[in-house]
Write a protein that binds this ligand. Structure first.
Ligand SMILES: Cc1cc2nc3c(=O)[nH]c(=O)nc-3n(C[C@H](O)[C@H](O)[C@H](O)COP(=O)(O)OP(=O)(O)OC[C@H]3O[C@@H](n4cnc5c(N)ncnc54)[C@H](O)[C@@H]3O)c2cc1C
Length: 462
């Protein structure tokens, strides 16, 4: 039997797509294939990402325009999660305090200005002076002996907001919800590796380790492997991939929520932050670092070969690397992140990052989080000779779509799924149930700025 839609990759993106297809479209048969025995064991696993629903207000590398775009995506996830909870499911999103912290006069001015710009669009957003920070996150402003930190600080954020999510739990929930839909048959194939995809007339023959699947449409949500699949079919050859590894460090529980810092505008990757951990009790997690690694999946050394197949080093890729390394801040940043992987030295160097958030942190309190961390598959646009930040999609328009999803890809899972399902429905002439989708997942349509933003809006948001 031909499946109408084959989704490759059972992370949070593929699972969100499965749910959107089953719940909001007239499709009758959808297949999800995942090479691992369980869903969401790669970047979507809580061990491997920062577990943050990025609303854009405290992520100081987001402009207001980009922030409002991701805010819609968060609303969709929160609306889904709230509805599941109302039906008796365990919570999928979690409320914590969160703040972006400015340290020193320049950053404090930046935070005050940002607050004025963002407050009209973000309900519950507050400016926190030192005393308020102390009541929410005492270790951010107080030393262990009760003295106050010396440098000026101010923060913007919320006292309690749905800001944390175990994206693997969310992925499992999406699949269960999709399977509960009566109108759509779901074929879930776990432990099945896609080996090749061939376009035959107006459908696709997908060879897997569990046999061949015929599909009218294919959507890959396979991280860096999506680009490899595209290349093998002759698509997206203008793109290469820069896999950015992200590691984490643990300290004892020093924060009650999430504390972000002000981004250096010269750097393409988000600044280090501190987060309460959903999986590990009594610890605060700091990170992620950003280290270019020659592999498509973290700690999966067999994906090194896949990386070289998709990297396709040429003069355009070299030009992008040269441009990046020309900027002294980026050069230092790459070097620093390399040193964060060197035993012992790593703890000493990373302590300086943590001190910005918790000034009283000591060397012995910091531990490298072994086997935590993932890979952000950042694309290199060889034609434009630039690094593409945020998610990317290759859609040759023939029924196959390739998704690459670095941060904030987990936050945007339902938003991205909506886009893809609208494309598939249009192609197959099948209905997309707008009314139900809007009623159940709708974001805040009252804000006049919340119109559909162009694709580029997300691209530069990391
Ligand atoms: C350090 C770090 C921190 C991050 N923090 C955040 C955050 O706080 N908030 C946020 O929104 N995002 C964050 N992200 C990004 C987020 O983790 C990803 O955007 C998201 O997990 C991508 O989900 P996915 O389903 O597209 O990919 P993945 O979760 O990587 O899933 C891809 C799936 O495809 C499968 N697959 C691959 N090849 C094949 C094949 N040939 N056959 C079958 N299956 C295959 C894999 O096994 C895998 O299960 C972070 C990322 C990193 C690395």
């Amino acid at each position: 039997m031909k499946t109408e839609l084959l989704i490759i990759g059972g992370g949070v993106s593929g699972s969100a797509l499965l749910y959107t297809a089953a719940r909001y479209t007239g499709l009758k048969h959808v297949t999800l294939i995942e090479k691992n025995e369980d869903l969401a064991n790669v970047n979507s696993h809580g061990r491997n990402n920062s577990q943050t629903l990025h609303r854009g207000d405290i992520e100081t590398n987001y402009t207001l325009e980009k922030a409002l775009y991701v805010k819609q995506a968060v609303d969709m996830v929160v609306n889904y999660a709230t509805a599941q909870e109302a039906k008796g499911a365990a919570p999928l999103v979690h409320k914590y305090p969160k703040m972006a912290l400015g340290v020193g006069n320049v950053e404090c001015d930046f935070i005050r200005k940002r607050y004025t710009e963002f407050a009209p669009h973000y309900q519950g957003l507050e400016l926190f002076e030192v005393g308020e920070i102390a009541s929410i996150e005492p270790y951010v402003v107080m030393m262990r002996d009760g003295r106050w930190r010396k440098d000026p600080v101010v923060a913007m954020g919320s006292r309690s907001e749905n800001v944390a999510c175990d994206f693997a739990a969310l992925a499992h929930s999406f699949v269960e919800s999709a399977q509960a839909e009566q109108s759509c048959e779901i074929d879930l194939k776990l432990g099945a590796h896609v080996e090749s995809i061939e376009e035959v007339g107006d459908f696709f023959m997908v060879k897997t380790t569990q046999g061949t699947i015929e599909a009218e449409n294919v959507i890959t949500c396979a991280g860096g492997h999506s680009l490899l699949m595209a290349h093998k079919m002759g698509h997206g050859l203008d793109y290469s991939v820069l896999p950015m590894g992200g590691s984490f460090y643990f300290t004892p529980a020093l924060l009650n929520g999430k504390v972000y810092t002000v981004q250096n505008p010269n750097l393409p990757f988000a600044a280090v932050h501190g987060d309460v951990d959903l999986l590990v009790d009594d610890k605060t997690r700091f990170g992620p670092t950003a280290l270019a690694l020659p592999m498509l999946e973290r700690y999966q050394y067999k994906t090194i070969l896949d990386f070289f197949k998709v990297f396709r080093l040429n003069k355009d890729v070299m030009a992008v690397a040269k441009d990046l390394l020309k900027v002294p801040d980026i050069r230092n940043y790459f070097l620093k992140n390399l040193l964060y992987e060197v035993p012992v030295l790593q703890r000493y160097l990373f302590m300086k990052e943590v001190k910005k958030i918790v000034p009283s942190i000591s060397f012995k309190e910091i531990k490298y989080a072994n086997r935590f961390g993932g890979i952000r598959p950042q694309l290199i646009d060889k034609k434009a000779r630039k690094l593409v930040l945020g998610e990317a999609k290759i859609d040759p328009g023939n029924g196959i779509i390739f998704n690459m999803t670095p941060s904030p890809g987990a936050t945007s899972c339902l938003q991205n799924a909506e886009k893809d399902m609208r494309t598939v429905c249009q192609r197959l002439g099948v209905a997309f149930d707008d009314a139900r989708h809007r009623e159940e997942l709708a974001h805040d349509f009252n804000d006049p700025q919340l119109v559909d933003q162009p694709e580029e809006a997300l691209r530069e948001a990391v």
